[in-house]
Design a protein around this ligand. Structure first.
Ligand SMILES: Nc1nc2c(ncn2[C@@H]2O[C@H](COP(=O)(O)OP(=O)(O)OP(=O)(O)O)[C@@H](O)[C@H]2O)c(=O)[nH]1
Ligand SMILES: [Mg+2]
Length: 275
């Protein structure tokens, strides 16, 4: 009797739930329909569902891998003006700077209608620190702002080219292809070279460097052409030949009116607004 009444309860409970569950008639209807269907039709439905799920997973992966790259890196030789640019882009204010020994980062809102927010990261330019900081942040780079001191460019052309060559031939950077903006800074100084001239000189230097670097590599490990070749083979090097878009802009983080005046960084802000 007892077992019977317990069994009755156990049998009765789902009945009550079934009656309470508003979806039950639909589930029942669906089950009926599925039972009546042709197996080929069912396989078709399963395949279609699988395609939808795989597409969703793929889209999620694709979109998230894009959003991860939200860093705008400020790189360049020592004293080129990265830290002052960092301050001007974020607050517009002039700041006395000292050689950076670590990175600084802050959210930067682009001056566009979309107003996307990127993480602006100022990296130290000193040769002994440069590589380790670049390693740390390069995979997150959506854009690389390569800052050049246009006033002493002639003296630094070799070092600037070597640094730029390392960036452009880096496996991670060339795979992710972040936008590359070469900022020809310190245009307030009379001796400053124009962006056009800097571009031409860098093309000339990189043309030589890609020969000397690949020759050095092949004599080291016996391989020929193992590393990434910059530009088009058999043609003089031009930035336009690269898969990465390289843009040259003129700027002055200090501005023409000195420390108290505003910076002249409109060109850089325009480029950052296009990211
Ligand atoms: N005249 C002039 N001076 C500038 C300009 N931008 C930066 N400077 C000065 O250049 C010096 C170096 O600037 P920083 O911003 O510290 O240079 P940095 O690239 O951060 O240098 P590291 O941290 O050593 O890699 C400072 O005295 C700045 O005031 C500019 O557009 N014009
Ligand atoms: Mg600095």
């Amino acid at each position: 009797m007892e077992a019977d009444s317990t069994g009755g309860n156990m049998r009765g409970k789902p009945d009550v739930e079934m009656a309470d569950n508003p979806l039950e008639p639909y589930v029942e209807f669906l089950r009926q329909q599925l039972e009546d269907q042709d197996p080929v039709f069912l396989i078709g439905v399963i395949v279609a569902l699988a395609v939808v799920i795989i597409t969703c997973v793929f889209l999620k992966y694709f979109l998230s891998s894009k959003t991860v790259r939200s860093a705008v890196l400020l790189v360049g030789l020592c004293d080129s003006g990265k830290t002052l640019l960092f301050s001007r882009l974020l607050s517009g204010k002039f700041k006395r700077t000292q050689t950076s020994i670590t990175d600084s980062s802050a959210p930067y809102k682009a001056k566009s209608d979309r107003g996307s927010t990127w993480t602006l990261i100022d990296l130290p330019g000193h040769d002994s620190l440069r590589c380790q900081y670049l390693e740390k942040f390069k995979s997150a780079a959506r854009a690389i702002v390569f800052v050049v001191d246009s006033a002493i460019f002639q003296k630094e052309v070799r070092d600037v080219s070597e640094f730029l060559y390392d960036l452009l031939t880096d496996a991670v950077i060339s795979r992710n292809a972040p936008a590359m903006i070469v900022v020809c800074n310190k245009q307030d100084i009379t001796m400053a070279k124009s962006a056009k001239l800097i571009q031409q000189q860098l093309e000339k230097e990189l043309n030589t460097l890609r020969v000397t670097r690949s020759a050095a590599l092949s004599s080291q490990d016996g391989s020929v052409g193992g590393s990434l070749y910059l530009g088009k083979k058999g043609k003089d090097f031009e930035f336009a030949h690269l898969p990465v878009k390289v843009e040259f802009v003129e700027c002055s983080a200090r501005g023409s009116k000195g420390d108290d005046g505003e910076a002249d960084i409109k060109n850089l802000e325009k480029s950052l607004a296009k990211l």
